[in-house]
Design a protein around this ligand. Structure first.
Ligand code: ASP
Length: 438
């Protein structure tokens, strides 16, 4: 029987009602053996996340300001959860210790980690699962870098010895025992690490949305959910601005070939999105997977007769960017033309100098700059074998009256990137979405 590792985000554990939903989900499937909780999150828009309150306590303590009142908000949240769930666990000693440690000058990582740490015994008690302190199984080296090997070794052994367990997310310990957290939202990372150590059949990431959306809901109303996406497609979409899981969270499960299933705690019957290995052929796609885009790019366009015969031209051009510490995104080129697409922020305060140096280094016939380009990536692993996708894409854009200023079919063959004027961005995303999804 496969093991499922379930990470529950802050909104899924924000109060007793939410925690009960998580409990039902866990108890509905005996494969759900290892649970990674976040700290209680916001119960409504105006509410505070426990993690943010803990950072605030730490900041106050550092400045010598009393933080009893803020800490009381935290203590009340946990005590209310315990009471409403009807549990016997006594949070007082845990809460007192956390407060005293913060007052005594504990680090901000320690303070923040208590949100997850304190949630652990509650969830463990509710489920009757073993509580595992991440400080004993998730390791960072003395420079604060996550120690993959040691963690994998110790954690996999520990998990093999228990039937089921609750392992709070977000933190671990350095060799001297000091607590260290991952970056914000880092319980996702813990979940992936636990999934790898348990050799899970799936890493379920329970949150408050029913998976990844096919495009940005700020542009298209109620976009459809992606059923299945490969890790590579996810990377392409994330790079182009789609907000997805932590890159670091994907890595441990990606190398282990474990799929991630993003699910909604509030609508547990929704299948959510499956993120699968790149060579998993059981999930064929007959259309596109998603559309993502970003605004605010500049394009430097260079023309020079016989550029194609000039050895070293590309190097000289890119050298200028390197000298100015400018990173570029794309460089589509023609026979006698080359353009470099660069995020506008990269060129701030440097554009004139960069152009001057390109003139000097490359001696172009013409150089011009277009400063308001948006890039839109249409991503789909099926693209390389479905005939006519690009035809449909450009027809849709043409019919919508969008002027395509640049085309770049990624070398991965699962991505067509078009550059359009910034003012056409939303219109173009709509046109592509309507053509392929609606
Ligand atoms: N509680 C932490 C945060 O708010 C980690 C997490 O929720 O994943 O960033």
């Amino acid at each position: 029987m496969g093991i499922k590792v379930c990470k529950f985000g802050g909104s899924s554990l924000a109060d007793a009602v939410q925690i009960k939903k998580a409990q039902e989900i866990i108890q509905a499937d005996p494969q759900r053996k290892f649970i990674v909780p976040s700290a209680p999150g916001k119960r409504n828009k105006e509410d505070q996340k426990i993690t943010d309150l803990l950072y605030l306590c730490h900041a106050h303590a550092q400045q010598g300001i009393a933080f009893d009142e803020v800490f009381k908000l935290i203590a009340d949240r946990y005590n209310q959860i315990v009471e409403e769930l009807g549990l016997g666990v006594d949070m007082t000693p845990h809460l007192n210790k956390a407060q005293a440690d913060i007052a005594a000058g504990a680090s901000s990582d320690y303070a923040a980690s208590r949100g997850e740490f304190l949630n652990g015994p509650i969830i463990a008690d509710l489920l009757g699962f073993t509580f595992i302190d991440p400080a004993h199984v998730i390791f960072f080296d003395s420079h604060g870098k996550f120690d993959v090997e040691k963690t994998q070794q110790v954690l996999s052994k520990k998990l093999a010895r228990v039937d089921n367990a609750v392992i709070p997310g977000f933190f671990g310990a350095m060799p001297n025992g000091e607590i260290k957290t991952f970056s914000r939202g880092g319980s996702d990372i813990t979940g992936a690490i636990v999934a790898r150590a348990a050799n899970a059949s799936v890493y379920e990431n329970w949150t408050d949305v029913s998976g990844l959306l096919k495009t940005d809901p700020r542009i298209v109303d109620n976009p459809k959910t992606i059923d299945t996406i490969t890790y590579k497609e996810l990377r392409e979409l994330a790079y182009m601005g789609a907000s997805v899981m932590h890159e670091e969270a994907i890595f441990p499960v990606r190398i282990a070939g474990i799929p991630i299933n993003i699910r909604n705690t509030n609508t547990p019957n929704d299948a959510g999105t499956m993120i699968v290995s790149d060579d998993d052929t059981s999930f064929e796609s007959d259309s596109i997977t998603g559309i993502a885009g970003r605004k605010d790019f500049s394009v430097i366009y260079i023309e020079k007769a016989l550029m194609n015969l000039e050895i070293g031209f590309g190097r000289r051009l890119l050298e200028v960017l390197e000298d100015h510490q400018v990173s570029y995104e794309h460089m589509p080129s023609g026979i006698d033309t080359a353009s470099v697409v660069i995020a506008r922020t990269q060129l701030e305060g440097k554009l004139d100098e960069v152009l001057k140096d390109i003139e000097h280094n490359c001696k172009p016939d013409r150089i011009s700059v277009f400063e308001d380009m948006a890039l839109i990536a249409t991503v789909g692993r099926g693209m390389n074998h479905i005939i006519g996708i690009s035809g449909r894409l450009f027809t849709a854009l043409g019919q919508a009256g969008v002027n395509v200023r640049m085309i770049d079919q990624g070398s991965s063959e699962m991505n067509i990137i078009v550059g359009v004027e910034g003012s056409d961005f939303e219109k173009a995303v709509h046109a592509i979405y309507n053509e392929f999804v609606e």
